[in-house]
Design a binder for this molecule. Structure first.
Ligand SMILES: NC(=O)c1ccc[n+]([C@@H]2O[C@H](COP(=O)([O-])OP(=O)(O)OC[C@H]3O[C@@H](n4cnc5c(N)ncnc54)[C@H](OP(=O)(O)O)[C@@H]3O)[C@@H](O)[C@H]2O)c1
Length: 312
């Protein structure tokens, strides 16, 4: 049975992954109190103690605005730590699964971004996440190196810190909400990402069983063909602005609770200045992950309804 080491226990995505990855092997889940990603030796020691054949990293420095004033800490967690995980994975021939972001792009493209489009992050968070992608590619450059980097966008869920929960709270406190309407992306639930990750990995495990000539259940070990190693875009389908997203969930919520909906006012980004610049176009084309692994995420509206059903 495969040994799986998951980082990011209490995060939005890590929490969901702890459920969806459990059927695939013997799962160890660690949080920042177990291993602080600012300490490289602690990362190495944790990986060496666990002997995993699969490492899944959902830990990250995700405070996009705060990163502008804490670039060194964000770099240590988002760029250096994933590089160390990749070095450890390559040393033992294990597979690393890591998450990245739409914020590696500048948003100037008018169409959805594909994986090979040039990156040009606008903010410190995006630069550090790009640094993580590059560190992983460097560390796994040898023949044993295998990785999957899944770039996603606008992550939210029924728990944690996210736009949906913030807006639901503010809707109870205010009669009017002003919401940015000129940034477009795909709201993607942590649940949908975790389910898709498990489906991708099930495909990778099946490949391992096929190569070993067995049909063991659960499958023995993840085996990623070299030409599958790399970066994939993984978001819900469709596109929305923050205003569209908020309008949709506040309307659906009100239909259930009967609570009044605040007046929603669409505003340009220029009327909501923040420390970190955001890309205007965050859309990611997800055809490659579908072609390679047969995995498609639901529409953002379908994923939203599932999350609303779980939100108290
Ligand atoms: N949130 C988004 O909108 C978004 C968009 C695109 C891509 N992503 C990417 O998706 C992935 C998952 O994001 P998320 O939304 O689930 O993040 P999240 O909810 O903010 O969770 C981040 C996780 O990282 C851990 N962490 C933070 N600092 C750490 C440290 N010094 N050492 C070890 N662990 C540390 C946190 O642990 P504690 O809770 O114990 O502190 C937490 O488990 C990340 O790679 C992120 O960059 C997120």
């Amino acid at each position: 049975m495969a040994k799986i080491l998951l980082f990011g226990r209490s995060g939005q995505l890590g929490w969901e992954l702890a459920h969806t990855l459990a059927p695939l092997g013997e799962l160890t889940v660690l949080g920042s109190t177990d291993v602080d990603f600012a300490h490289p030796e602690a990362i190495r020691a944790a990986v060496r103690a666990a002997h995993p054949s699969l490492i899944v990293n959902a830990a990250a420095y995700t405070a996009v605005d705060k990163a502008e004033s804490e670039p060194d800490l964000a770099w240590a967690i988002n760029a250096e730590a994933p590089g160390i995980l990749a070095e450890e994975a390559a040393r033992t021939g294990s597979l690393l699964v890591h998450y990245s972001t739409d914020y590696v792009f500048d948003g100037a493209r008018s169409a959805p971004y594909i994986e090979t489009d040039p990156t040009n992050p606008l903010n410190v968070y995006g630069k550090t996440k790009l640094g993580g992608e590059q560190a992983i590619a460097r560390a796994t450059a040898g023949p044993a190196g295998r990785y999957l980097i899944l770039r996603t966008s606008w992550v939210y869920g029924a728990r944690g810190s996210n736009f949906l929960l913030t807006m639901l709270r503010m809707a109870k406190e205010r009669s009017e909400l002003r919401i940015v309407d000129d940034q477009v992306g795909a709201p993607t639930s942590s649940e949908a990402i975790a389910q898709a990750t498990a489906a991708i990995l099930a495909r990778v495990f099946a490949e391992g069983s096929a190569q070993a000539g067995t049909r063991s259940q659960p499958p023995a070990e993840p085996t990623l063909p070299a030409d599958w190693s790399g970066i994939y875009h993984l978001t819900c389908s469709g596109a929305a602005s923050w205003f569209d997203f908020a309008s949709e969930f506040l309307t659906r919520r009100a239909a259930v609770t009967g609570a009044p909906i605040p007046t929603l006012i669409p505003i340009p980004t220029s009327e909501f200045p923040r420390p970190a610049r955001r890309p205007a176009n965050s859309q990611l084309c997800c055809e490659l992950v579908c072609e390679t692994f047969g995995v498609t995420l639901p529409t953002w509206q379908q994923a939203l309804q599932r999350v609303l059903d779980q939100t108290p």
